[in-house]
Write a protein that binds this ligand. Structure first.
Ligand code: 1GP
Length: 237
């Protein structure tokens, strides 16, 4: 099944912007799902991402089954490691941490994931994941033991993104880190979006509707919102 990626490409070609809500299973009890999904269905979200830096995969299947009973939005895994794979989701962002030089996140975890993925029908969407310096250490930095890229060097970041595209990544994700002090700079979004052809996802530290619109206007095709919605279920109202 390749329809999730096709839908993202079609949205990009129509200039229809996409919003993914990131749910961290570590912060989500199964009994709070009903109220949450109600708000998600009323929001402009077009996708649900599920994952976290250190979550160990417990109750992931049940959580996704519960979500699927109450929403028709596509659910894509956004895994921090191979334990966060569930056959119940619609697809998976198969991440390669292009900003870092830790082999675990460049190839080891991907190899480890193969036999798990082979037992599922998940749509696999290879995604070049680029961590951008955002003012303080983020969970991705801590867990992956990698350094983010300089937020003032849009040229190098865009070169990295383009290398990811040439390698074969079908999405590029510019990440400031969950709860980041500073989101990805708008000028950087513009430079990267002009250099690559594949859809561009931007997330981390976006905590206002203006922040979302600014990222879209700068060239993001999809914006990811985690903390802002987690802290306030009325964020989109
Ligand atoms: C993190 O990009 C996402 O991986 C979302 O970040 O929690 O800051 O919205 P926030």
């Amino acid at each position: 099944m390749e329809n999730n990626y096709t839908n993202i490409l079609e949205a990009k070609s129509r200039n229809q912007k996409l919003v993914a809500l990131l749910l961290d299973p570590d912060k989500l009890a199964n009994d709070s799902v009903a109220a949450l999904v109600l708000k998600i269905n009323q929001s402009p979200a077009t996708h649900i991402f599920i994952g976290g830096s250190s979550f160990d995969g417990t109750h992931l299947d049940e959580l996704i089954v519960l979500l699927k009973q109450k929403t028709s939005l596509p659910i894509l895994l956004f895994p921090g490691n191979p334990t966060q794979i569930s056959a119940e989701a619609d697809g998976i962002l198969f991440l390669q941490l292009l900003s870092g030089r830790n082999p675990d996140y460049l190839i080891e975890y991907q190899i480890e994931a193969v036999p798990i993925l082979e037992k599922t029908n998940l749509e696999i969407i290879s995604t070049g994941y680029i961590l951008i310096e955002s003012g303080s250490e983020t969970a991705v930095e801590r867990v992956s033991k990698t350094k983010p890229l300089d937020r003032n060097n849009a040229d190098y970041v865009s070169q990295t993104a383009k290398a990811g595209e040439i390698i074969g990544n079908r999405l590029i994700y510019l990440e400031a880190g969950s709860g980041a002090l500073n989101a990805v700079p708008l000028e950087m979004i513009t430079v990267v979006s002009k250099r690559i052809s594949v859809p561009l996802i931007v997330g981390g530290g976006i905590r206002s509707k203006k922040g979302i619109d600014d990222a879209f206007n700068a060239g993001a095709d999809m914006v990811v919102i985690g903390t802002a919605f987690e802290n306030d279920l009325n964020f989109f109202d």
